[in-house]
Design a protein around this ligand. Sequence first.
Ligand SMILES: Nc1ncnc2c1ncn2[C@@H]1O[C@H](COP(=O)(O)OP(=O)(O)O)[C@@H](O)[C@H]1O
Ligand SMILES: [Mg+2]
Length: 343
Amino acid sequence: MSELLLEVKNLKVHFDTENGTVTAVDDVSFSVKQGETVGVVGESGCGKSVTAESILRLLNEKHTHYEGNILFEEKDILKFSYSELQKLRGNDISMIFQDPMSSLNPVYTVGNQIVEALLLHQNLTKKEAEVKAVEMLKLTGIPLPEKRVNEYPHELSGGMRQRVMIAMALSCKPKLLIADEPTTALDVTTQSQILDLINELKDEFNMGTIMITHDLGVVAEVCTKVVVMYLGQVIEEASVESIFSSPLHPYTQGLLKSIPHIEGPRDEKLYVIEGKVPTLTQIPKGCRFAPRCEFATELCRDKMPQLESYENDLKVRCWHFKDIQEKRGGLNGIRNESQTVNS
Ligand SMILES: Nc1ncnc2c1ncn2[C@@H]1O[C@H](COP(=O)(O)OP(=O)(O)O)[C@@H](O)[C@H]1O
Ligand SMILES: [Mg+2]
């Protein structure tokens, strides 16, 4: 049995703004086990980064208020002191971001930066750390690591920089890696190589991983479990197989329909979920997706559904998911339908 590493329980994140308090993350719960890759997906602005940054307490806490718990190995990160947080960051939990340039220091060589990270968290001599830095670069598949180690970030391509970030993030063997849209800025081929790399390293280190993305293609490549977010809330949680074969929430169904299919006809129009995501200051009273949902009824517009457990560890936040499913011929019907779409 793999062990529970992280448990986010009923997390709420409120920000003080000029227009009053907004709640960017509203009752989010999910867990990550050792060796498991959990995908957190949803459109831009749904609260993925705020959730991730809360786990490492990276948000400016002058304007941020938390509710709930973030248990890492059963200890609540939200109650950690500054020194406990310092120990946690880069030691037990590492994070990589969409734009490696924002995390790499332009005035130091990449080798220097990895050495710095190693010296900070591991008991090594400078010489040992230098050897280890080359080893880490090699591990991430960078060609000629002995040469690259002496180069500056601007001398590397986007894909190479992301590999350097991964080398830095993994140099201390974290138990949990949080990857926030790590491949969004990369071309498709490099994206695929980086995802393969994260997959391989995850197995080698038996790391838990949170893969944050707006791209269900990324989820299909690396995740075992998926948490779908909409406007600050989890609206569905399921295994990756379930999400793709029998999505329960109308929003997840819409997200899936909007993935382009290589096999489809060239002129096929991509499905777009109609309507705009409401802003945090105009959150609908009932189900947050109701204004854009083709199945919405009076009940949906009036009362917010809770995240309900369903069979096989599925969870869904929708008043009508059973009716919708029945109309589409039950879970099996949905499976067949989406298989035809994919094949
Ligand atoms: N410091 C902040 N103050 C106020 N609102 C914020 C702050 N940071 C993020 N938000 C809002 O929280 C919501 C979620 O943002 P974010 O987590 O970055 O979305 P994404 O899913 O694209 O990563 C957005 O509406 C964003 O504008
Ligand atoms: Mg984000």
